[in-house]
Design a protein around this ligand. Structure first.
Ligand code: ADP
Ligand code: MG
Length: 393
């Protein structure tokens, strides 16, 4: 079955190395594999010791590699669209449209085109295994929340249809305080919108796609990894593995390293308890340059030995609606979240969760549309939101 695994983590922790080791292993097992890098700081060419380009290149039997150039992708497909989107996103006064707050924060919309390219490759059906070497977590998270934000925004603003759009355009500036795209861009926007909807459903398809985090046992990285895990859950992505890279081995017999080993072991314990529900793989700190296929195969041989390495390893949904005696409960998995930072709003059709700069709208089933939130409890990384029927309405 076709499968896609996305590797992400803080900058420099070893994402590319770990992703590439998986790609080598998958290809050696006979799967036709593509490794794609969406990080602007590409280094697959160093790892595979050859020039790579904008189209997949075979680097070994069954193993193809591609370094995506988002500018190239953008120009290839969507000539006029970027201007239209930029006008919409950065448009004029927008206080009355909540969505703009979030869109305006979106850094580097261009990178979204990398993910769209991957989705097209997936749909082409040529590869059994697609390994994505992603940008550092901060950027990845912005990208991952974007399809959802954009669809939300499009649905709110564009149910009007094209005819209405033409009529509205001359007055849109005054009326809506925003720039509506012209007809040509509208077609492009519709195409982009459809692609984003497809992309989002691919990324959230738990039979196909999962995200694995790469970390190192040190304070800043551990903190960022926990936050990323929480945000990925907030957006209902399936995280199904953690890799702790650069673990010092225990028998170095050197005081300086002994202290580091002690520190590392505390952070490893912490990570293992946060990620207790999924496989955690430790990768030693090698005393050699890992660039090159020999280094990658060494990691694969030493550490990537799990028989189910390429399976989806946990797939329970992060969001569950249940009927209870009093009404309904929506449970959302939010590991490592703090109670005081979660804000909840209920709109007619959505439950809106906000944590810091991240906002997620969870569509409510019809049965809940006439219910009201009457409780919220955070326990063991799970937020339980209680709804009761509101007969007065
Ligand atoms: N376990 C390890 N032992 C030794 N060096 C490592 C290990 N993992 C990664 N490296 C080295 O660290 C550097 C950064 O790794 P890289 O995979 O490029 O990180 P990222 O993609 O997260 O920025 C590379 O030079 C790589 O060879
Ligand atoms: Mg990298």
């Amino acid at each position: 079955m076709d499968r896609m695994i996305i590797f992400t983590g803080k900058g420099g922790v070893g994402k590319s190395t770990v992703a590439a080791a998986h790609a080598r292993k998958a290809a050696a097992k006979g799967m036709k594999t593509l490794i794609v890098s969406t990080d602007m700081a590409h280094n697959l060419c160093d790892l595979f010791e050859q020039e790579l380009g904008r189209e997949p290149k075979e680097t070994a039997p069954n193993l193809y590699a591609l370094e995506i150039d988002p500018d190239y992708e953008m120009n290839r497909h969507y000539g006029s669209i970027m201007n239209a989107v930029k006008n919409l996103v950065t448009g004029t006064a927008s206080q009355n449209l909540e969505a703009f707050d979030d869109l305006a924060m979106f850094p580097g919309i261009e990178e979204l085109f990398s993910l769209i390219r991957i989705q097209e490759i997936y749909r082409g059906g040529e590869y059994e295994m697609i390994i994505v070497d992603c940008a550092p977590t901060g950027e990845t998270l912005s990208l991952l929340k974007f399809p959802e934000l954009l669809s939300w925004y499009m649905e709110k603003l564009f149910p009007l249809g094209k005819v209405a759009m033409k009529v509205l355009r001359p007055v849109s500036r005054q009326l809506f305080k925003l720039e509506l795209p012209d007809a040509q861009a509208m077609n492009d926007i519709e195409r982009l919108y459809l692609k984003l909807a497809e992309l989002e459903s691919l990324l959230k398809d738990r039979d196909i796609c999962s995200i694995r985090l790469v970390a190192m046992p040190e304070k800043m990285v551990v903190e960022e990894t926990k936050r990323s895990y929480m945000y990925l859950n907030l957006y209902n992505f399936n995280v199904d593995g953690l890799y702790i890279n650069r673990v010092l081995l225990e028998d170095l017999g050197n005081d300086f390293f002994d202290e580091w080993i002690r520190l590392q072991s505390d952070y490893i314990k912490e990570l293992e308890s946060v990620f207790a529900e999924m496989p955690v793989c430790r990768i030693p700190w090698y005393d050699l340059d890992l660039n090159g296929t020999e280094g990658l195969d060494r990691i694969a041989g030493d550490c990537l030995t799990d028989d189910e390495l390429f399976e989806v390893r946990c797939s329970a949904s992060n969001e569950v609606f249940e009927k209870t005696k009093e009404g309904y409960v929506l449970t959302v998995c939010l590991p490592c979240a703090k109670k005081e930072e979660i804000e909840l709003y209920q709109s007619k059709s959505d439950m809106i969760l906000r944590i810091g700069n991240f906002k997620r709208s969870i569509p409510l089933p019809d049965t809940l549309a006439r219910c009201q939130v009457d409780s919220a409890r955070l326990e063991n990384g799970r937020l339980a939101i209680g709804f009761s029927r509101n007969w007065a309405q």
